[in-house]
Design a protein around this ligand. Structure first.
Ligand SMILES: [Zn+2]
Length: 349
């Protein structure tokens, strides 16, 4: 079968591989739609170390091709969404409520990290009953594919931000995760949502998804603007959806004492992330920092799918470009360099 791989650091391309086999609890899925993620570009540029010939991609939906003998809930032909994070549910971290960290830190993240990813005609799913969800007939593949990562991660960022009903929220960076964090903040009852980004297309989408105010950090000091919009108080909750030291620092600065900083950004560079000491109240201002990796699991994906089914959110507005699988090299380059206002490129198989 045809797959799209990271050949070595900074180098991608197509490669032929065998169709994977299913163990007793596993499934093999025939890919129908996938999304490229900024994390795929981080991976290619070495954020998780060198890799050789590993299939990229972790956001895909498809049709079940084969199931193992112990799989109870799915059969060939089922249309399914597969989590970007596919934990080992018997692991103690999972039993402790941290399934994304099963096996090791970030160990629930297997696709294009510790095994081949989903940019392939077929891909393998471990613990299929727990890591896939059936897509309702009223939900399109193009919408469901956002449940793999973007919707789950964005909503997680809002959940981790401990937003009080009617409280104030700042979302730093309005890429797909930031935009879905705006959706999450809105659904959780935020009273004021401030989005921070410089790109006009993202401003428009953020307003569509529920941002009340937009701050362009290239035209004004983001922290000062957030303080102005909150009458000097700072926000109850700040969401970091980029993964940059300076932005993380601004999130700490813009949060009021007692507030929460929720990190969803993938900090792919440098040896450390700095916390601005004085703005953190020398460690005593009761500013909580929470972090997380996209939660996986069938229960959560079924909840995300319900939000699509009832029209609470339409993630397909974020699909700015569509490519065929054999055009993936060009699509990847565009996503890597963020060309042509790209937000989320959809890949059709
Ligand atoms: Zn992703």
């Amino acid at each position: 079968m045809k797959t799209f791989v990271m050949k070595e650091l900074h180098k991608v391309g197509f490669s032929d591989k065998q169709v994977p086999e299913a163990g007793p609890n596993d499934a093999i899925v025939k890919t129908t739609r996938a999304l490229i993620c900024t994390s795929d570009a981080h991976t290619v540029h070495g954020a998780i170390g060198p890799k050789t010939n590993i299939t990229l991609g972790h956001e895909a939906v498809g049709v079940v091709h084969r199931v193992g003998s112990q799989v109870k809930l799915f059969k060939p032909g089922d249309r399914v969404v597969v989590g970007a994070i596919t934990p080992d549910w018997g692991d103690l971290a999972s039993q402790g409520g941290h399934s994304s960290q099963s096996g090791s830190a970030l160990g629930g993240w297997k696709f294009a990290n510790i095994k081949d990813g989903v940019f392939a005609e077929y891909f393998h799913v471990n613990e299929a009953d727990a890591n896939m969800a059936r897509i309702p007939s009223s939900v399109s593949d193009e919408a469901a594919v956002y449940c793999c990562d973007m919707l789950s991660t964005g909503l997680m960022a809002a959940e981790n931000a401990a937003i009080p009903m009617g409280g104030t929220v700042a979302v730093f960076a309005l890429g797909p995760v930031g935009l879905m964090s705006v959706v999450g903040a809105r659904l959780l009852g935020a009273g004021l949502i401030i989005g921070v980004d410089s790109i006009p297309k993202r401003h428009e989408l953020a307003r569509f998804y529920g941002a009340d105010q937009i701050v362009d950090h290239t035209k004004a000091n983001a922290v000062e603007e957030i303080l102005r919009l909150t009458e000097g108080a700072g926000v109850d909750s700040a969401i970091e959806a980029l993964g940059a030291d300076e932005v993380f620092g601004n999130a700490v600065k813009a949060t009021k004492p007692g507030g929460t900083i929720s990190n969803a950004g993938y900090h792919g560079k440098g040896d450390s992330v700095n916390i601005p000491r004085l703005d953190w109240g020398v460690g005593m201002a009761e500013k909580t920092i929470r972090t997380g990796l996209c939660p996986g699991g069938r229960l959560r994906m079924e909840r995300m799918l319900r939000l699509l089914q009832t029209g609470r959110v339409d993630p397909t507005r974020m699909t700015t470009h569509t490519f065929k699988f054999d055009e993936l090299e060009r699509a990847f380059d565009m996503m890597d360099k963020k060309l042509d206002g790209i937000i989320k490129p959809l890949i059709t198989f």
